[in-house]
Design a protein. Structure first.
Length: 263
């Protein structure tokens, strides 16, 4: 459950003044953000901008999950890390960057890959999850865990000059498995490490994920629920695809969306 909103200090009113000016946020909304908890799974090209903007917006706690270390090839798009971080654990580099940006944001870090044995315990305390992973196994695991716990999350993916994003709110629209069904077999799809990715594409899609998290926390309408937003950056065209709920989906059906959540 979200933390308890509180009155803002004078310093907080100054820091978040541009947020507070927005009628959709105001002081009450900023207080909600300061009490909120968001989990970012993956600290690469998507998770870096997502975590950065969540911290800048004043989200009270950001959980970060990643087991990798920083390499030179990451730096073209993974803006939480710099050249001096090469060889460091990504969670340490990310935590340092987030804390420099906003020392008031609590960072809770797990140096691990999300797996069947730990996913539920890691995900359960959070109000929203940013799925910023780079493999289908993790994407399906985040989906299945969040749907069963009733926790909303944002999916995004990037490849070349192309990006896509959608938001899953359990019980209110289709989940990732409704659309993509099963984990594809290895070797049947392209990956950024083989075909490349334009770094700025990851930046935009990660920023979209952060925006969806903020909107969810604030109760702002217009989430990408039942809608897949795609972006062809090289042609600079956006497209929206309406997505149906699959009533045969084994995750949505097993959760019993009509009967509430497990939380």
């Amino acid at each position: 459950m979200p933390g308890i909103p509180r009155d803002l200090s004078q310093t907080e009113k100054e820091i978040y003044h541009r947020n507070i000016l927005l009628p959709e946020i105001g002081e009450s909304g900023q207080s909600k953000l300061l009490a909120a908890r968001v989990l970012v799974v993956g600290l690469g090209g998507l998770g870096s901008p997502a975590a950065f903007y969540l911290a800048a917006a004043g989200v009270g706690e950001i959980g970060i999950v990643d087991a990798d270390s920083v390499s030179l090839s990451n730096l073209q798009r993974q803006i939480l890390h710099g050249r001096g971080d090469v060889g460091k654990d990504k969670i340490d580099s990310a935590a340092g960057t987030i804390s420099r940006l906003n020392p008031d944001t609590r960072v809770r870090a797990w140096k691990t890959f999300l797996g069947n044995e730990n996913a539920r315990d890691i995900v359960a305390p959070y109000d929203f999850v940013v799925e910023a992973t780079d493999n289908f196994e993790s994407k399906f695991l985040v989906n299945d865990t969040c749907v069963r716990l009733g926790i909303p999350f944002s999916h995004a993916g990037v490849l070349g000059g192309y990006g896509q994003a959608m938001t899953i709110v359990p019980g209110e629209g289709p989940c990732f498995r409704c659309i993509f069904e099963e984990v594809p077999r290895p070797g049947t799809y392209d990956t950024p490490d083989r075909t490349g990715v334009l770094g700025s594409v990851a930046g935009v899609m990660g920023a979209i994920q952060a925006t969806e998290a903020l909107k969810s926390i604030l109760g702002i309408d217009g989430l990408l629920v039942g809608r897949l937003l795609t972006w062809d950056a090289l042609r600079m065209t956006f497209r929206e695809v309406r997505l149906p709920t699959d009533r045969r989906c084994k995750v949505c059906d097993s959760r019993g969306t009509a009967s509430g959540t497990e939380r």
